[in-house]
Every structure is written in structure tokens, then in C-alpha cells.
Design a protein around this ligand. Structure first.
Ligand code: KDG
Length: 315
């Protein structure tokens, strides 16, 4: 396995119409969850990736599992929980750049995960552990599991990649800040968005923010600037990598996970940091052009085509 990740994936209902959810009558059923968005992104690019989780032992849980398995992600460590349902979430698309989410996930099967859901041998054989800041927000036991996963990863020499993925709907701000800062301090690579950095450190200047994350413990920080690209920082150097202009954003949800998949894929392929960030920008941009959290994730050929197109860079 190149990469292992863990966290909750939900059944996603996307309305066929834009506007307030109260007027939406028809939905298409999809699946979404930061960690499987990321894992599917890597699988589409040809990497070996495993996902640890729980889903309900119900029809939707089985459909979700079949979907993720069908995308080439190893689900051998996912448990069907007979005592709790699979989580659900709805999207409300007011406009392409204004998407709300409504969660129905409290008490879900995944929120009942504990450190006992981790298989040490399974983790130990991977190169990277991808940790999202959503999992510790789900419950006390999921928070303990997140810490246990990082501890095991460090014990076995995995590189820990952390995306803060701040979801204010899931937990009180003070608890979120304290927990996400503690996790960021232990990660080798941190992939924050600008607004997440502002939330964590009260700092909005990208250069200062990147250095704050380094001082806090990370070896590498890639600050995501949306359409504007990304700025990476290491102990030795830093560099701004412009983003790609997307003519028509359809659905921005999942772009950050695509970014993370593109970046880790670049590292697995041994690309220099700047090229890994370029790939991350490209995958993130491609994801926004398609409705759904994972549907737009590119395969190698799509990525090559996109890179060869005369894409305008946004600086
Ligand atoms: O990054 C996209 C995720 O936010 C989405 O897929 C759903 O995992 C999800 C969440 O918890 O919001």
C-alpha cells in the first residue's frame, strides 16, 4: 500500500436544481467523504491506497462500500456496523460558488470508530498516512483514533500528511482550534487553506502563515490559495505556484481533497516539490468542473491532456 487513510464517507444527495434545499424535490445519489475523495483521487492516478472506516450494515452502507471498492480503493479494513446507520449529507447548490452542506451523521457508524479500528500491521506497510481534521470532530472516540493513527504512523516511519479540513458545523470553534493545532504540530506535511490558517493562527499574510506552520512543527507546508494556486514552504525554501483558471466552476466541493491526492501522487512519483504542487493545482481545478465530490477526479490521461491544454495560469 502506498497510502492509508481513515474517516467517514457518507451517502450524498445532490439536488437536480439550484436554490434553497426546501424546494428541491429530486436528488441524485452519490457518495462523498474527504478521505475517500482523496483515496479515489490517488487510485485513479494508479496508486495503491487503503481506507479504514465503518459504515452501517444497511443498504446504503453496502452501496457506499461497493462504490469505493469499485474505484480501486482497498476496503478490507472497513467494518459493517450493525448498530448504527451510514451517515448522509445533502448539498444545497445556491450557485456554483455558494454550496451549503447539511449533515445527517450524528451517531453514524463511522462516528463510533475507536482506536481499535486501526490495524497496526496494515498501517505499518504503507508509506503515507493521510489524516483529515474532519475525523476528530466526529466524536471523542474518533478523536482518540486520530491520535492513535498518528502515533502508529510515527512508530513505523510513515510520512503523516494532514489536511485541517475545518468543518465548523461539526464542533465548537475553541475545541476545533485546539485539536487541529495539536494535530498540525505532529504532521510532517500540512495542507491548509488560507482561511483555515487564519482560523488557527489569526494570521492572514500567506508568507507569515506558511512560516507559522513550519515553526509549529511541520517539515513541509502547502498553503492552498484556491484559484490562485498554492505556496509551498520547507525548512530550506518556499515558492509560489500559480493556479489554473477554470472557465466554469460547477461544484467546488472535493477540490481540496483532489489537491491533496495530486500532491501526494506527485511525491510518490518522486517529482520535485514544485511539480507536485503543480499537479495538485491541476487535480483541484479539474475536480471543480464536474458535479460531485469524486466524479471529476482525473486519470493520468486526463491530467496529461489538461497539462497540455493552453491553460491560463492565475497569479
Ligand atoms: O472535502 C469534501 C468533503 O467535505 C465532503 O466530501 C464531505 O467529508 C465530507 C464532510 O465531512 O464534509
Amino acid at each position: 500500500m502506498d497510502v492509508v487513510t481513515f474517516g467517514e464517507t457518507m451517502v450524498l444527495f445532490t439536488p437536480e436544481t439550484t436554490g434553497f434545499m426546501r424546494y428541491a424535490h429530486t436528488y441524485s445519489r452519490k457518495f462523498g467523504g474527504s478521505e475517500t475523495n482523496f483515496a479515489i483521487g490517488l487510485a485513479r492516478l494508479g496508486h495503491r491506497v487503503g481506507w479504514i472506516s465503518r459504515v452501517g450494515d444497511d443498504e446504503l452502507g453496502k452501496a457506499l462500500l461497493a462504490f469505493v471498492r469499485g474505484e480501486g480503493v482497498d476496503v478490507s479494513r472497513v467494518r459493517l456496523d450493525p448498530d448504527a446507520p451510514t451517515g448522509i449529507y445533502f448539498k444545497e447548490i445556491r450557485s456554483a460558488n455558494d454550496v451549503n452542506v447539511y449533515y445527517y451523521r450524528k451517531g453514524s457508524a463511522a462516528s463510533r470508530m475507536t482506536p481499535g479500528d486501526l490495524d497496526e500491521e496494515y498501517l505499518a506497510q504503507a508509506k503515507y498516512l493521510f489524516v483529515s481534521g474532519i475525523t476528530p470532530a466526529l466524536s471523542d472516540t474518533c478523536r482518540a483514533m486520530t491520535q492513535a493513527a498518528i502515533t502508529l504512523a510515527k512508530k513505523h516511519g510513515l510520512t503523516v500528511v494532514f489536511d485541517p479540513n475545518l468543518r465548523k458545523k461539526l464542533w465548537p470553534e475553541e475545541q476545533a482550534r485546539e485539536t487541529l493545532l495539536a494535530l498540525a504540530a505532529q504532521a510532517d506535511i500540512v495542507l491548509p487553506g488560507l482561511s483555515e490558517g487564519e482560523f488557527l493562527f489569526g494570521e492572514s499574510d500567506p508568507l507569515k502563515l506558511g512560516r507559522r506552520f513550519l515553526e509549529h512543527g511541520a517539515q513541509t507546508v502547502v498553503l492552498k490559495l484556491g484559484e490562485g494556486g498554492a505556496h509551498y514552504f520547507t525548512r530550506e525554501t518556499d515558492e509560489y505556484i500559480p493556479g489554473y483558471r477554470v472557465d466554469r466552476v460547477v461544484d467546488p466541493v472535493g477540490a481540496g481533497d483532489g489537491f491533496a491526492a495530486g500532491f501526494v501522487s506527485g511525491l510518490l512519483d518522486g517529482l520535485p516539490m514544485a511539480d507536485a504542487v503543480r499537479r495538485a493545482n491541476a487535480v483541484g481545478a479539474i475536480v471543480t468542473m464536474v458535479n460531485g465530490d469524486v466524479e471529476g477526479l482525473p486519470e493520468r490521461a486526463d491530467l496529461k491532456r489538461f497539462a497540455e491544454e493552453p491553460n491560463e495560469e492565475v497569479i
